[in-house]
Write a protein that binds this ligand. Structure first.
Ligand SMILES: Cc1cc2nc3c(=O)[nH]c(=O)nc-3n(C[C@H](O)[C@H](O)[C@H](O)COP(=O)(O)O)c2cc1C
Ligand SMILES: C=C(O[C@@H]1CC(C(=O)O)=C[C@@H](OP(=O)(O)O)[C@H]1O)C(=O)O
Length: 388
């Protein structure tokens, strides 16, 4: 499977085209809407999320609740476009700086300056419009199709917040994935630990009051992936590599860890590797899951646990120093309407981006044009490895 997205942040719409979804997979508009609406929630977001309602319109590839095997085109409208029709119009306009809302003072940490240099845009709004994380609504729509596929294959996935501005959520042992999904859904910061919830919200409010921004850590947890998905045979077939790359591609994400992650560097091997056990009922399993569900570029059959680090939002209401690209004079960076913390939303984005990589790996390994055949091939494989 592959997907492309198109659309500017304040343009008319976002478009996603997904190719390679097998035919006859159940898919309802609500499977996707649930995800796109969830992405909009979370304490710390700016006014834009009050303007938008990210309901998708399925334009092709689905009929009467089932996929056709043809490309699936999904559209999310930008309701904010009505306020930007002159600024974002496709026809030439007179060189009126007021109408264009020209951006000439790049924001440190955003794509403004590097994008301007690369594409030759003297008006950095041309960079901002596509580099904006508005595009993650389109990626979540693609991920929601993948997540639906995983669900029909008996694989559940959930994304939540582990840390905001250094405030860490405690580990809650023994939560089922259903509980994880429910608790994080109800929390305004998508955290599993209600004791720290208020502290995180206070930190976000304080950052906003200070004209500053904060980042954090998101975690995605997956249950039901059998062992041996992905491959060790070539670098670009390693599934942990693909997942890590996809997570790093999310706006503002600066690091990825599987399981205990960087902590592995500080421990002996005996405290890192997961001992192998066997039972008649379940076949092979592990006593622990410190490596987070991957060995040798393949799944181990244990839950996949992956963390992503999000830096603080670059747009600051108390801006950092920058340079005006027209005058070359030092100036404060430009200020655009902005979130102060988007870590809770980013956890939903990360969940869907990981879902796409996992669903894609399954469609590569159990190639089929028809979803029921894919499901049967996966079930047969599960039985084969259980008896191995
Ligand atoms: C859900 C989400 C919302 C975001 N909201 C904003 C925002 O309101 N203002 C901003 O400056 N950056 C925001 N960002 C981050 C920028 O999009 C990101 O920093 C920018 O594209 C530069 O890319 P890089 O940080 O990956 O280098 C957001 C990111 C995500 C994932
Ligand atoms: C629009 C979304 O996020 C946007 C991401 C973003 C950025 O610079 O990344 C900047 C802000 O855009 P605006 O200036 O229009 O408010 C966020 O609101 C969204 O998540 O749907």
């Amino acid at each position: 499977m592959r997907y492309l997205t198109a659309g500017e942040s304040h343009g008319k719409q976002l478009t996603t085209i997904i190719e390679g979804v097998p035919a006859n997979m159940p898919l309802l508009p609500d499977d996707i809407n649930e995800s796109t609406l969830r992405r909009q929630k979370g304490h710390g977001r700016g006014r834009r999320m009050k303007i938008e309602k990210d309901l998708i319109d399925i334009k092709s590839g689905v009929r009467h609740g089932y996929t056709l095997g043809s490309p699936i085109a999904l559209v999310v409208n930008n309701d904010d476009f009505k306020h930007w029709t002159d600024i974002m119009g496709e026809n030439p306009i007179e060189d009126d700086e007021e109408i264009r809302r020209i951006l000439s003072r790049p924001r440190p940490g955003h794509a403004d300056l590097n994008g301007a240099l690369k594409y030759g845009h003297r008006d950095m709004r041309n960079v901002l419009e596509r580099s904006s994380a508005r595009e993650t609504a389109a990626r979540v729509a693609a991920g929601a199709v993948a997540k639906t596929m995983l669900r029909h294959l008996g694989i559940e996935i959930c994304g939540y917040v582990k840390e905001i501005a250094g405030i860490q959520a405690k580990e809650i042992e023994g939560l089922s994935i259903k509980q994880k999904q429910e608790i994080s859904e109800e929390s305004p910061v998508r955290v599993l630990d209600s004791e720290v919830e208020q502290k995180m919200m206070d930190a976000i409010d304080q950052a906003k009051k200070d004209g500053d921004s904060i980042g954090g850590v998101c975690e995605v947890y997956v249950e039901g992936m059998p062992a041996g998905i992905g491959s060790y045979v070539h670098y670009d077939r390693k599934l942990d590599g693909k997942v890590a790359g996809a997570v790093m591609s999310i706006n503002a994400f600066k690091g990825v860890e599987f399981g205990i992650g960087f902590e592995a560097a500080r421990r002996n091997g005996s405290e890192v590797h997961d001992e192998i056990i066997w039972s008649e009922e379940n076949g092979y399993s592990r006593r622990t899951n410190r490596l987070g569900g991957f060995e040798g570029g393949m799944t181990t059959g244990m839950p996949i646990v992956v963390k992503g680090v999000m830096k603080p939002i670059p747009t600051l209401y108390k801006p950092l120093k920058s340079v005006d690209i027209e005058t070359k004079e030092p100036f404060n960076a430009g200020v655009e309407r902005s979130d102060s913390c988007a870590v809770p939303a980013a956890a939903v984005v990360m969940e869907h981006i990981v879902a796409f990589e996992l669903a894609n790996a399954l469609t590569e390994q159990f190639t089929s044009d028809q979803f029921p055949q894919l499901k049967k091939a996966l079930d047969d494989y599960r039985e084969e490895i259980r008896c191995f």
